[in-house]
Design a protein around this ligand. Structure first.
Ligand code: GYE
Length: 326
């Protein structure tokens, strides 16, 4: 099968070396015309979360001038049409390669075909698309379904034997992580006493999570909700604010499970306001840059590169917090 699993955070650097053969050094001429930096258009989703900030920083650092790149950065404010327009603009500019973190999975066929027709390779990072994989060179990211399964298995183990009313704060509708994290979690809690009583999108933002949680609390009351499953830390942090404003204790009266393991999430976990976090590693820049260089150098690349995640209880979070990079 044409995929590779990148095991463990510590291996990232080593694997970047594997992927590039020569990570971190400028390779003038890798763009094929032998003169100057590799011009890369990067279509980022927006700036919805702490994860996204860390991902953007990682990408900008890896696609730097000193690494031989001329980066054209676009953040689409989570508007799929604006993101597709940005990619079209990169094609018109005649960039050497395009990197996309696709906001939603659908709607990519035409513009990816246009890039292919223009001879511009596309590398996807973070989220996946539903378009045929002939239309892009490679993808690097995380196994979102597995993240959902890991979160769900922990929930099943902790709460599955007692009647537990759960609400879900979903990520952006139509995005790969929202789809897959829901599916994985649901599979893992099937047959347990955890009952999903409601599920709504909070758009992966803190504000969105807070507003949706306020709505749930208004509808079911503090006593009618036992567990929150948030598709990312930012929404969990928003939910914490809503729960506290309703006079209840997050992590005790209402348990919370989330995904990402960004700094603020980990601190809330250590504080006991979140009960469990599954990591989603945003530091994909070096790997993405290595893949882009390999593609432009006509080296063989895998179609998919999975980076593996960890997960944390409060005690485990306290042990690692000082060494976390995001
Ligand atoms: O979990 C969330 C962000 O696509 C994996 O997007 C990413 C998700 C991440 O906004 O915080």
């Amino acid at each position: 099968m044409n995929k590779r699993i990148l095991a463990g955070f510590a291996l990232l650097g080593a694997l970047a070396l594997t992927a590039t053969g020569c990570a971190g050094t400028a390779e003038p001429g890798a763009d094929g015309d032998g003169d100057g930096p590799i011009k890369v258009g990067f279509a980022q989703t927006g700036s919805e979360s702490g994860w996204r900030s860390a991902n953007t920083e990682s990408m900008k650092t890896a696609f730097s001038a000193e690494n031989g790149f001329d980066l054209v950065f676009n953040a689409a404010d989570n508007d799929p049409a604006a993101q597709i327009a940005a990619v079209r603009d990169f094609i018109n500019q005649g960039v050497d390669a395009i990197v996309i973190a696709p906001i939603v999975t659908d709607g990519w066929d035409d513009v990816l075909q246009e890039a292919k027709d223009a001879g511009i390779p596309v590398v996807l990072e973070d989220r996946t698309v539903s378009a045929s994989d002939d239309l892009f060179a490679s993808w690097v990211g995380l196994d979102f379904k597995k993240e959902g399964v890991t979160a769900g298995e922990w929930a099943a183990e902790q709460y599955g034997d007692t009647a537990t009313k759960m609400v879900v704060l979903e990520g952006t509708t139509g995005s790969a992580p929202a789809n897959d994290r829901a599916e994985g979690f649901d599979e893992a809690i099937a047959g347990t006493q955890i009952e999903k009583i409601d599920s709504q999108t909070g758009e992966f933002t803190r504000d969105g999570g807070k507003k949706v949680m306020e709505g749930f609390l208004g509808k079911y009351g503090v006593d009618g909700i036992d567990l929150v499953y948030a598709h990312n830390d930012d929404m969990a942090l928003g939910a914490i604010e809503a729960i506290e404003a309703a006079g209840a204790k997050p992590g005790e009266d209402i348990k919370i499970i989330s995904i990402d393991a960004v700094k603020d999430g980990m601190l809330a976990l250590i504080d006991g306001k979140i009960n469990y976090i599954v990591e989603c590693n945003p530091l994909l820049g070096e790997l993405a840059a290595g893949i882009v260089k390999d593609v432009l150098d006509d080296k063989t690349v895998e179609k998919t590169y999975f980076v593996t995640d960890q997960s944390f209880t409060p005690e485990q979070a306290a042990e690692v917090i000082d060494s976390r990079l995001y």
